[in-house]
Design a protein around this ligand. Structure first.
Ligand code: FES
Ligand code: FES
Length: 160
């Protein structure tokens, strides 16, 4: 048995008949082909799958596609369509080298966008707390924190 869902993704209406147990992460990746939403664990712990659901960050491996029915989702592809059109948070991650392998980066950026929406000038502690649900195996977090500080205008970027 399937259920019909209609979800606005990156500003475009999408619709499909899906299994009720289909995760939003798999709807985005496998049904729609938005592969920037990574899946790094099966324990709700890594945050690589973070997207914006009605503007708030969620781990899309914890949300069923049917729970997003009638709602709006933004993925990394919607936030920064290409290298010429980087969202300011993505540009800051780039300029501050806030990534190495890049696997965590889309989720980290989506979580940052949500964090700065709630708190436009977070302290370092608030940044670390705000991103504690997003794991990075590579960077040691220093440059990620700096990227968030640059994106929030609290410090000049390396390119400035
Ligand atoms: Fe969603 Fe790890 S894949 S939290
Ligand atoms: Fe590799 Fe974060 S940059 S996991």
């Amino acid at each position: 048995m399937t259920e019909k869902v209609q979800i606005a993704v990156n500003g475009a209406d999408t619709a499909a008949d899906v299994e009720p147990r289909l995760l939003l992460a798999h709807y985005l990746r496998d049904v729609l082909g938005f592969k920037a939403t990574n899946i790094g664990c099966d324990t709700t712990s890594c945050g690589a799958c973070t997207v914006l659901l009605d503007g708030e960050s969620v781990k899309s491996c914890t949300v069923l596609a049917v729970q997003a029915d009638g709602r709006s989702v933004t993925t990394m592809e919607g936030l920064s369509p290409d290298a010429e059109h980087l969202h300011p948070v993505a540009a800051a991650f780039h300029s501050e080298h806030g990534l190495q392998c890049g696997f965590c980066t889309p989720g980290m950026i989506m979580a940052t966008v949500s964090l700065l929406e709630e708190n436009p000038t977070p302290s370092e502690r608030e940044i670390r707390e705000g991103l504690e649900g997003n794991l990075c195996r590579c960077t040691g977090y220093h440059n990620i924190v700096r990227a968030v500080q640059v994106a929030s205008g609290q410090t000049a970027g390396s390119g400035a």
